[in-house]
Write a protein that binds this ligand. Structure first.
Ligand SMILES: C[S@@+](CC[C@H](N)C(=O)[O-])C[C@H]1O[C@@H](n2cnc3c(N)ncnc32)[C@H](O)[C@@H]1O
Length: 212
């Protein structure tokens, strides 16, 4: 499939993204809705999840993405691949996470990834960043005990801000590593942005938190 053309960024605070999603019927979405769920926030084109879902059939995978055409294309590719443990939803994670997680079977949310979120460098744009205190708190509420949150960014300042937001929430404990940032990605698949950054030999700032 040729890639649909989409804008590079959309503003999650704009009026059109303020309506929270109506959660789907999870029994229609997954063949085995009780399987552990891996949630990828800001999944972009969804290729990371497509490969993860093939590698780990005993898990379900859910991608949230605010650029709608990407979601349509990702769903089409998923259908062609015949995967019944993968789904993508068009929504704004900042207002849709709670209604979505609230309707899932209790305890299924066991892994969350937030990978290369849009940096929104300008000070006045920083409220557009996806990892806001409310998002961290909703993950604290719905993530299973010992559930993991893996974060990575090529922008140190962005990684540090997310790191601080999880570190200040008592529900999360950072997995200690020798240095502040994890040298390797613990997951078997690299995201598209990650491959792009690594190809340019640029550093990636990674951290892993556990729900305690
Ligand atoms: C830089 S891309 C990274 C995509 C992918 N995770 C990767 O590593 O290749 C960040 C993605 O997050 C999406 N995004 C940003 N804010 C969002 C929000 N509030 N809710 C859902 N998705 C969002 C963007 O549209 C974009 O596709």
């Amino acid at each position: 499939l040729a890639r649909v053309r989409v804008r590079q960024h959309v503003n999650p605070l704009s009026q059109i993204y303020q309506t929270p999603i109506v959660p789907p019927d999870w029994n229609q979405v997954y063949a085995e809705p009780q399987q552990p769920l891996h949630l990828d926030i800001g999944c972009g084109w969804g290729r990371f999840l497509l490969e993860m879902a093939q590698l780990e059939p005993a898990w379900n995978f859910l991608g949230l993405e605010i650029r709608e055409p990407l979601v349509h294309q990702a769903l089409e590719i998923k259908s062609q691949a015949g995967l019944t443990n993968l789904y993508y939803l068009f929504c704004n994670a900042n207002n849709s996470l709670k209604p979505l997680l609230d309707t899932l079977p209790p305890g299924v949310l066991q892994r969350v990834t937030i990978q290369f979120p849009d940096p929104w460098f300008k000070k006045r744009h920083q409220k557009r960043r996806v990892v806001q205190p409310d998002l961290v708190q909703n993950l604290a509420i719905y993530l299973a005990q010992q559930g993991q949150v893996f974060i990575q960014s090529d922008i140190k300042e962005v990684a540090q801000e997310i790191y601080n937001r999880f570190e200040e929430n008592p529900a999360f404990q950072r997995v200690q590593t020798e240095h502040q940032w994890m040298p390797e990605n613990p997951l078997p698949i690299a995201t598209e942005r990650e491959l792009h950054v690594l190809n340019q030999q640029l550093p990636v700032y990674r951290t892993l938190f556990v729900r305690v």
